[in-house]
Design a protein around this ligand. Structure first.
Ligand SMILES: C[S@@+](CC[C@H](N)C(=O)[O-])C[C@H]1O[C@@H](n2cnc3c(N)ncnc32)[C@H](O)[C@@H]1O
Length: 316
């Protein structure tokens, strides 16, 4: 299935309705402030305190966090063959971004729970994800309700107790846990630590890794991917941007209690392939470590098979 990174029509319509009559002059600096706060390591508790902040989040961040969630879920459907979850826990749901994306991918979902400590986000999530159960608290503390699919999309960055948070999320997971973070060195570090912790707890890796060996990536490199998404007029104004798209970088890990990835033992492309006259070089991650694989143009069959392979894809 090809990823559709754009907001689905029902969500876009709901966002447009909420933004009707809201002054763009007022919203643009709030949107810029929110993006700046997240980039500077600040959390939503400080950045989203009023309804207009939550509306600014819809302009500044929702399209990108949605597009990334959609891209990650798309990859999980290829790796976790036959996974058709009925229950979902979206932890740190914000306006319900990942829950909406998950419902687009897994039509099997019936029982959706959103956990969100921020009241401004909860008010939006209740509109965007009707019929969901809402829990107004943070991840750690009392046990979380269990679900087959548990997601924390761009959440770990805001929480100090990483190990306890990952442990709580894993305890709530009946099948698959998905963690997504910004594609920065710090975001990757959190993902990498969570990966090690989860493998030690008996989890099978669904992606992006095609193995459960120690991560071979060494600083200053970091494992991250990129999702292109359309930029709305409001976003162009808020970011003072010129091009009608943006590329959102992300790091992720998905693990399962139940199943192994269909891609186990294969190779994941870690960087944009380097094309040259004699052929293309793919930097890949495998169980044996990181390799540069050169595919010669004269190796016609393989070259043709990998013609469209890009950053983030799995190649045999
Ligand atoms: C950057 S927003 C991401 C929201 C949403 N998941 C998305 O993809 O658009 C981070 C979210 O994590 C939530 N959050 C922060 N600390 C949390 C905690 N301790 N437990 C649960 N959620 C938390 C914030 O309130 C906010 O909704």
């Amino acid at each position: 299935m090809a990823v559709n990174p754009a907001l689905p029509a029902h969500l876009k319509a709901a966002v447009d309705t909420l933004l009707e009559g809201v002054s763009r002059k007022e919203l643009a600096p709030r949107a810029a402030a929110i993006s700046g706060a997240y980039r500077g390591g600040g959390g939503s508790a400080g950045a989203v305190t009023a309804r207009d902040d939550a509306l600014a989040y819809l302009v500044a961040r929702l399209p990108a966090t949605y597009a990334v969630a959609a891209a990650v879920f798309d990859q999980i459907t290829s790796a976790a063959v036959g996974f058709a979850p009925v229950s979902l826990l979206d932890a740190g749901a914000g306006p319900g971004t990942a829950a909406v994306a998950a419902r687009e991918v897994w039509r099997s979902l019936r029982d959706v729970t959103l956990l969100e400590p921020n009241a401004q986000f909860r008010a939006l999530a209740e509109q965007f994800v009707p019929n969901a159960t809402m829990i107004a608290r943070g991840i750690t503390g009392a046990a979380l309700p269990q679900a087959e699919l548990v997601i924390a999309n761009f959440v770990l960055a805001e929480i100090a107790e990483q190990r306890a948070t990952v442990e709580a999320l894993w305890s709530a997971t009946l099948d698959t846990l998905v963690l997504v973070e910004p594609g920065t060195p710090a975001g990757f570090e959190r993902i990498c630590a969570a990966r090690t912790q989860l493998i030690a707890s008996g989890a099978y890796v669904i992606g992006p890794c095609t193995h459960a060996q120690a991560c071979p990536i060494v600083a200053p490199d970091w494992c991250h991917f990129s999702q292109r998404l359309p930029r709305s007029r409001d976003h162009l104004i808020a970011k003072d941007a010129r091009v009608p798209f943006e590329d959102e970088r992300y790091s992720w890990i998905a693990v399962s209690r139940q199943r192994r990835s269909a891609f186990d033992g294969q190779a994941r492309v870690l960087t944009p392939p380097k094309e040259a006259k004699p052929g293309t070089t793919f930097r890949v991650c495998t169980a044996a470590g990181i390799e540069d694989r050169f595919i010669a143009r004269r190796d016609r069959v393989t070259f043709a098979r990998l013609r469209r392979a890009g950053w983030g894809d799995v190649i045999g």
